[in-house]
Design a protein around this ligand. Structure first.
Ligand SMILES: Cc1cc2nc3c(=O)[nH]c(=O)nc-3n(C[C@H](O)[C@H](O)[C@H](O)COP(=O)(O)OP(=O)(O)OC[C@H]3O[C@@H](n4cnc5c(N)ncnc54)[C@H](O)[C@@H]3O)c2cc1C
Length: 401
């Protein structure tokens, strides 16, 4: 094996998680290889995918520290000032407002492709990082002495540590023999941008209607992202509906509070499947991003969690380097895994519990939904706690969309 094929870290997947991790390793002066199966232009010039990613304050701080936040066009960043949650036909309402706490916004909405673009711009400037495209990792093998991957063109690469960030349907996770819990919600999320007559005042709305869920994410100007979740067997009908009818449906879903709506972007759809890996490490191997925890998007945690996970792993690696330890050793990976479990377990299973309750239209579930919302809204400590989680920079964050 020639030295040119030997690395400190091999990252599999250049989605937002893999790219953030690559950015986090820049300062550590390690020799890093990032392998991505899609084309170079898909990561160097990503196109809109409909997702408006709600970033927490903590994520903002991580992106700032990575030197990535400044690369995002700030005119495209929309502050989220308030969030209101409605339940079916009842008058129950849960409301979170930034101005009731000491911060200016609960979080920030950024088009997903702009986050990916900024991450790529930062990562591609590093001399220690090699990015290869249009090749996938076909097999992976690790032992106490090192790790090895074989690419689709037959090349073999070696490293001290292999990190998979290859999506919630991670093939590498499976190849490493790591089991996962998968939850197929049998629902599809349909997203599109609309313009509307009235001001949204930077307030997000989430309506748990019976049969479907409708959310509105306020973007700068009189523009919003409409997020509709429907059972899979109704998805085609909603995707093929003409835009006038679709906008009327959405507008009525928000009781006409924003006036007439006009679709101004494509409609995108995402099948909803949640994934939680049974463990986040193996010998000289770690899982990050959706490959570790693939969240239901309702609480807007996926990338926020992926960002925190890669931050934890890069800090464990940095600590190991400072104390002369092997970066792929069991103790380094165990520290990462313990923190990642602590960060994600309650969030993942809690989110699934909320989704199950608020998308269940049985009479008993409807009653419990109303009680939960009323209790949470009238009991200030709960709201304060959630708002604190939303905005604090050190603790786990929770945005209810
Ligand atoms: C509708 C929707 C709304 C969302 N909203 C939010 C939000 O508001 N806030 C939030 O924090 N998160 C949100 N998320 C979640 C967020 O988008 C994901 O968590 C994030 O995109 C996952 O990034 P990733 O890098 O882990 O995986 P991916 O983006 O899936 O990237 C995986 C990459 O690995 C590559 N790959 C796969 N296999 C191989 C292989 N064998 N070899 C080489 N390359 C490989 C793929 O080509 C791909 O580029 C949302 C998700 C959805 C669906």
């Amino acid at each position: 094996m020639s030295n040119k094929n030997i690395y400190d870290v091999i990252i599999i997947g250049a989605g937002p998680a893999g790219l953030s991790f690559a950015c986090s390793l820049i300062e550590l002066n390690l020799k890093v290889m990032l392998v991505e199966r899609s084309t170079l232009s898909s990561i160097s010039n990503p196109t809109p995918d409909g997702r408006e990613t709600a970033l927490t304050h903590n994520s903002l701080k991580i992106l700032q520290n990575l030197g990535v936040w400044g690369l995002i066009d700030q005119t495209k960043v929309s502050p989220l000032k308030e969030a209101k949650i409605f339940d079916g036909d009842s008058d129950s309402l849960l409301n979170f407002a930034a101005n009731k706490s000491s911060i200016d916004a609960l979080g920030y909405l950024v088009p997903n492709h702009l986050i990916r673009l900024a991450l790529y711009q930062k990562a591609s400037k590093s001399d220690n990082l090699t990015i290869i495209n249009e090749l996938s990792v076909e097999s992976v093998d690790t032992s106490f002495s090192g790790g090895e991957v074989i690419l689709s063109d037959g090349q073999t690469l070696e490293s001290r540590l292999i990190v998979a960030a290859d999506s919630r349907f991670s093939e590498i996770r499976r190849k490493m023999g790591i089991e996962s819990t998968m939850k197929d919600f049998s629902k599809v999320m349909i997203i599109t941008r609309v313009s509307h007559e009235k001001d949204h005042n930077q307030v997000a709305l989430e309506c748990f209607n019976y049969g479907h869920t409708l959310a509105l994410l306020p973007l700068n100007g009189n523009i919003s992202s409409v997020v509709l979740t429907v059972p899979t067997d109704e998805a085609d009908q909603m995707l093929n509906m003409d835009s006038e009818k679709f906008c009327k449906f959405a507008s009525e879903g928000f009781n006409g509070s924003l006036g007439e709506m006009t679709q101004i972007g494509d409609r995108f759809s995402y099948p909803l499947v949640g994934v939680y890996a049974q463990k986040f490490r193996s010998t000289r191997f770690a899982l990050i991003g959706d490959a570790a925890v693939g969240m239901h998007p309702v609480t807007a945690h996926g990338f926020n969690l992926g960002l925190r996970g890669q931050d934890i792993l890069s800090k464990s690696i940095s600590k190991a380097l400072n104390s002369g330890k092997d970066i792929g050793s069991e103790s380094v990976l165990r520290e990462f895994e313990n923190k990642q479990i602590h960060l994600s377990r309650l969030m993942y299973f809690g989110t699934n519990g909320v989704v199950s309750l608020f998308t269940n239209d049985d009479a008993i579930a409807k009653k419990i939904r109303k009680l939960v919302l009323k209790f949470a809204d009238r009991f200030p400590p709960i709201k304060t706690l959630i708002t604190k989680h939303l905005t604090e920079s050190k603790k786990s964050n929770l945005i209810p969309f």
